[in-house]
Write a protein of this length. Structure first.
Length: 272
């Protein structure tokens, strides 16, 4: 009888020990999986947040532009992101024409226009790359607008690319966010865009690059591109409504308000 009683006691003990061992093994396994999962998530987060252009791609983009006649000083004067944006739209046989840039008196914003030409069915046509760049950090661009227009004697080529890419940068080199915008308004002379990026906190700031295609329909047409950047500093409660008007005279604003800071410049280009 004593022997049987011992046997009855040993079995439950072994069962309990087995359960405990199974629990410990599962915990170790789960912990390993959890650590591996966290490592994978960290790698993914780093990959997702790292939107900057790698050196090899940048050199390839620069080579594309240099091959089409872009001067070294032009590449030195624009950001890596703008180089990449332009290079993606440049084809073999395109020819660099000219560049113009301007920095406004308050030292907040600068604008640039770069032009390339190409042949299409025997006709010379043009690719224009207008851009804006905030020179100081911490400004929001939510509800800001950007527009550009050719003048009389020129016209936009419909059906061609006309996007604007807005980039949020940190410390002038690390890309935090990229958004592509389509025009909210267009005419035969140009395009207008409205942004929803929000506030660039801390040392972040924004710059944007557009592209549009145009043809010179009159030989004596003026080689002038109007660029307007409109900064909306109003609050949500103030509900300011306005628009950019695009016509042969350039870009104008439909509302005069102290809450709207207008940066407009007629850019002159020497195109053949």
């Amino acid at each position: 009888m004593k022997k049987n009683k011992k046997s009855r006691l040993i079995l439950p003990v072994l069962l309990i020990i087995g359960i405990i061992l199974s629990y410990v093994i599962l915990r170790i396994y789960d912990k390993g999986n959890y650590s591996e999962k966290k490592d994978m998530e960290a790698d993914k987060e780093q990959s997702d947040s790292d939107k900057s252009i790698n050196k090899a791609d940048l050199e390839r983009y620069k080579k594309i532009l240099l091959n089409e006649g872009t001067p070294d000083e032009v590449l030195a004067d624009i950001s890596d992101e703008q180089i990449a944006f332009i290079a993606k739209d440049i084809k073999r046989g395109d020819i660099y024409e000219d560049m113009d840039s301007f920095e406004f008196e308050d030292k907040l914003i600068s604008v640039t226009i770069i032009c390339y030409s190409y042949e299409n069915n025997g006709e010379k046509q043009y690719k224009f790359f207008p851009s804006f760049r905030w020179l100081k950090a911490g400004y929001g661009i939510e509800n800001d607008s950007f527009g550009f227009a050719v003048h009389e004697g020129w016209e936009i080529i419909p059906g061609m690319p006309a996007q604007t890419e807005v980039v949020c940068l940190k410390n002038s080199f690390e890309v935090k966010n990229i958004k592509i915008y389509e025009p909210i308004d267009a005419s035969q002379y140009g395009y207008a865009y409205s942004f929803t990026n929000g506030i660039a906190m801390g040392d972040n700031y924004y710059e944007g690059y557009g592209v549009f295609y145009a043809r010179k329909k009159e030989e004596n047409g003026e080689n002038k591109i109007s660029i307007t950047y409109l900064h909306d500093s109003s609050s949500v409660l103030e509900n300011i409504e306005y628009g950019l008007i695009i016509n042969e005279a350039g870009v104008s604003v439909s509302l005069d308000s102290a809450k709207l800071q207008e940066y407009s410049k007629d850019m002159l280009l020497s195109v053949k």
